[in-house]
Design a protein around this ligand. Structure first.
Ligand SMILES: [Zn+2]
Length: 169
């Protein structure tokens, strides 16, 4: 059992994520999963995608069996800010081309209801509008956003900013 630094509740260790790399490798996060989802909402997406792919009882398992998850936590974070998912009512990850894997260039955040509406019926225009950026350009864009976030953090501009609300500019 471990006490969450945020909600102060005692929870089993399975309720805590572990660091996969870096100096803290192998150690548990100080926030429980529930609290870190609030702080890092894109992590929820990550777990959601993985569970959908690995859980055989999930009704969508068959559909996702051959779809690879090639996104990292950092990729999702970038998409979250690029697509301004924090301004969305109910954000959801969308594969632009539903036949392709979860990759940086094939994913975006859109409103959940938009995602449902589209289903498998996407128009060619949808693909074209997003396929103009190459992977290299996307990586450059990612670095730019990461730099901006680091700057905000350094200036403590992120302090009063709550996840899910607008960033002060
Ligand atoms: Zn907690």
């Amino acid at each position: 059992m471990k006490v969450c630094f945020k909600c102060k509740q005692e929870k089993p260790l399975t309720e805590f994520r572990r660091y996969k790399s870096g100096v803290n490798k192998g150690l548990y996060h100080s926030y429980c999963k529930k609290c870190s989802h609030k702080k890092y909402p894109w992590e929820k997406t990550y777990i959601h995608i993985c569970s959908r792919r690995n859980d055989k009882t999930n009704k969508n398992y068959k559909r996702y069996k051959n779809i690879k998850m090639l996104l990292t936590h950092g990729d999702l974070k970038f998409l979250w800010f690029r697509d301004k998912a924090y301004n969305m009512e109910h954000s959801s990850i969308d594969r632009i081309n539903p036949q392709k894997h979860y990759t940086l260039e094939n994913c975006r955040y859109i409103e959940y209801r938009e995602n449902c509406r589209q289903g498998g019926l996407k128009t060619k225009a949808d693909y074209i509008s997003y396929s103009t950026l190459t992977v290299k350009e996307l990586r450059r864009e990612k670095r730019k956003i990461e730099k901006r976030l680091r700057e905000l953090k350094r200036r403590n501009a992120l302090k009063s900013w709550k996840w899910g609300k607008k960033i002060k500019r």
